[in-house]
Ligand binder design. Structure first.
Ligand SMILES: Cc1cc2nc3c(=O)[nH]c(=O)nc-3n(C[C@H](O)[C@H](O)[C@H](O)COP(=O)(O)OP(=O)(O)OC[C@H]3O[C@@H](n4cnc5c(N)ncnc54)[C@H](O)[C@@H]3O)c2cc1C
Length: 356
């Protein structure tokens, strides 16, 4: 993806030069752009292999997303950041603080304050107001457009996508993390295991399950212990439809299944599971305010923008960033959209955009 400047700020020559430079790669990629991941996975004679690929990229995404992911890992351009997402976020926070930024925690934004067509600040849930020359929202786009901005500036393209989740699905998941009191050696960090027989879990028949072993990251557990997780496909509507009692019972069932899967693969873990934590689609809603628990945005479709510049007609002093502006999102999309927002801000202020 071209990230030197926001795509709408590229001149015609720059767009053409990027396309010409990458024509060979784009041609190769287009072969996979004609297939969905589900069609790609179905080509394998061994269904478990197809299933393993689907654990990486959802079935309704284009297969080109898999190629781009694998290529970027092969090129050393992406990988697992040691310490996981928390350490990763902390490093970004530190950089921001070093540059003079201020961070507020436990500070839920309820409204973006708008005066005379210009965003002038934020109103927090605890009643505080914080003013600013510009407001940039990197929060969930649905929460930003429909709640923080009270649906007054929602562009049609987003209204259509958010109004029809059945036509434009977004992926979510459930996970069970287990802290195990022994070292579990495994060459692969991520496995897809076939079950002896299918089980009915969270309203879905499940024939295989993902098992992640974080033993390669020594920051995850003290010496002699291992963190392992089971990864499940999940249906947001199913989880959202449960009452509290049913919800807790489903979580318990997941935890029991995860323990069985773990011990089935690594008998040495029997009796050694010290802590368990289950995450469901509703956990992502509660902790991240993520629309429908989505951890990525929409797959490729003619109705999904490749890039939405984040400017809302009728609202000055505001930029929307985050994964929803660069579908299908993920960290690269989210990070690029943040860079674009900073670039746009510099342009609005008549400043050169520089990175250090
Ligand atoms: C289990 C899992 C594995 C993943 N693996 C990968 C991977 O391997 N590679 C990859 O590229 N991507 C992966 N992703 C996806 C990736 O994490 C997301 O696409 C990315 O974090 C989206 O970034 P974002 O900045 O747009 O949104 P978020 O990371 O969701 O950040 C939005 C922030 O806004 C805050 N917020 C929301 N509402 C408010 C409010 N009202 N007031 C104040 N703050 C608010 C939230 O708390 C959150 O901190 C994974 C996600 C999950 C859940």
């Amino acid at each position: 993806m071209p990230i030197k400047k926001p795509m709408d700020m590229m001149g015609p020559g720059e767009g053409a030069a990027f396309a010409a430079k990458n024509a060979g790669k784009l041609m190769k990629l287009s072969r996979y752009g004609r297939l969905t991941m589900a069609e790609f996975a179905a080509k394998f004679k061994e269904p478990l292999l197809g299933r393993a690929f689907l654990a990486a990229i959802p079935g309704y995404y284009k297969a080109s997303a898999l190629v781009a992911t694998l290529a970027s890992m092969h090129g050393g351009d992406s990988g697992y950041p040691l310490g996981g997402s928390r350490a990763f976020a902390r490093r970004m926070e530190q950089k921001y603080l070093d540059l003079g930024g201020k961070a507020f925690y436990n500070a839920r934004v309820e409204k973006i304050v708008v005066k005379d067509g210009r965003a002038t600040g934020l109103r927090l849930a605890d009643g505080r107001e914080i003013s600013g020359d510009f407001v940039i929202s990197c929060a969930d786009a649905h929460a930003t457009l429909f709640f923080m901005l009270e649906d007054r500036y929602t562009p049609d393209v987003f209204r259509n996508l958010f109004d029809h989740p059945e036509s434009y699905p977004t992926p979510t998941s459930a996970m069970v993390f287990m802290g195990v009191g022994c070292e579990i050696k495994e060459d692969c960090a991520s496995l897809t295991l076939r079950r002896k027989e299918p089980v009915l879990l969270c309203g879905r028949e499940s024939e295989a399950v993902g098992l992640l072993n974080y033993g390669f990251d020594r920051t995850m557990a003290p010496p002699g212990k291992t963190v392992v997780a089971c990864l499940y496909e999940a249906d947001f509507d199913y989880w959202n439809g449960l009452d509290k009692e049913e919800y807790l019972a489903e979580k318990e069932q997941l935890k029991q299944d995860a323990a069985r899967v773990l011990i089935g693969r690594y008998p040495e873990a029997d009796g050694k599971i010290e802590v368990t934590d289950a995450v469901t689609p509703l956990t992502y809603v509660r902790y991240c305010n993520a629309w429908r628990g989505s951890w990525m945005s929409w797959g490729e479709s003619k109705d999904v923008p490749r890039y939405y510049p984040g400017i809302l007609p009728g609202l000055d002093g505001f930029i929307m960033a985050g994964m929803w502006t660069l579908p299908p999102g993920g960290l690269p999309g989210a990070a690029a959209s943040g860079r674009f927002a900073a670039h746009r801000l510099c342009a609005m202020e008549g400043l050169p955009f520089k990175t250090i």
